[in-house]
Design a protein around this ligand. Structure first.
Ligand code: ADP
Length: 278
């Protein structure tokens, strides 16, 4: 495993490798990225020359009105689509030159995805869902379960390893999805409105987990419509009409854990407490 990657240690802690001593290279470097879609006789300019650099350990909120190009940008940096022109380097690999099979391999190895709708497989329990990316990445079977358990513990869901998604609350399902995103120690976690389906308190709980992972070294890019959610990130990039309208560090990063400390308890938290006491 590369020393600059997020690591899951056997004591259940998520930790960063030796990023502090590693040469400072961006995780994402996009230059003059353009994406056009053709629609009938028309061309839609979804991204018009976007240049952006994201350093290791950043927690970036991507905002902007509907149609501004956020999804297009996330699809490109998630290696799910190719730009019309421009360059994209992910962890020092020039992505735009790769063949589809190489893109898929890179995606599995370097990226972790978290979606608004969780996208867990309903017939599999939590630990099986978390093990899935390791199956695709060719991790030996004897290591998969141990690493999946550590990832589930990291999001506080160890006791629910054998529950299926329909036996879990929305917040718990999203925690399983976060464990799944973590389990291959990705260079970059991409979160597409991860709190969009959750109530306010559960949203802050998810942000507390993401802040904890970020503090341990994870680089996260998160799309959100909610200004409150962006206050938990360290930088906000706003898209408009396919360009970056603004790109600012957040001067006052709100601690999600501190916000939760002043909030009434949730059902999930009560359940967790009961299980720990049992
Ligand atoms: P956002 O995520 O900010 O809502 P999108 O990236 O989805 O914005 O869309 C940017 C622009 O590109 C919009 O005008 C949208 O209609 C257009 N667009 C997105 N995907 C496609 C597609 N597959 N085919 C044609 N136009 C598209």
């Amino acid at each position: 495993m590369s020393p600059t990657m997020l690591q899951i240690s056997t004591n259940g802690r998520v930790q960063h490798g030796q990023a502090a001593t590693a040469e400072r290279k961006p995780v994402i470097q996009v230059t003059d990225l353009v994406k056009d879609y053709s629609r009938g006789d028309n061309v839609v300019h979804a991204l018009r020359s976007v240049s952006l650099r994201v350093e290791r350990g950043e927690f970036v909120a991507v905002m902007g009105p509907s149609g501004s190009g956020k999804s297009t940008f996330m699809n490109l940096i998630g290696c799910l689509d190719r730009p019309t022109s421009g360059s994209y380097s992910l962890d020092d690999v020039e992505v735009t030159r790769l063949r589809p099979s190489q893109l898929a391999e890179l995606r599995g190895r370097k990226l972790g995805f978290i979606f608004q709708g969780f996208l867990l497989l309903p017939r599999m329990n939590a630990i099986e869902n978390v093990m899935l990316p390791m199956v695709y990445a060719g991790v030996p079977p004897q290591i998969r379960e141990q690493r999946a358990r550590v990832a589930l513990d990291a999001v506080g869901l160890g006791p629910r390893a054998h529950h299926r998604p329909n036996e879990l609350s929305g917040g718990q399902q999203q925690r399983v999805a976060i464990a799944r995103a973590l389990v291959n120690a990705p260079s970059l976690i991409l979160a597409d409105e991860p709190t969009g389906n959750l109530d306010s308190r559960t949203s802050v709980e998810i942000m507390a987990i993401l802040q904890r992972l970020n503090a341990a070294g994870a680089t996260i890019v998160l799309v959100t419509h909610e200004p409150d959610i962006a206050t938990y990130c360290s930088r906000t990039v706003v898209f408009k009409d396919g360009v970056v309208l603004s790109d600012q560090p957040n001067r006052e990063i709100v601690s999600a854990a501190a916000t939760l400390a002043n909030w009434p308890r949730s059902d999930d938290q009560d359940q967790d407490q009961e299980e720990h006491a049992a």
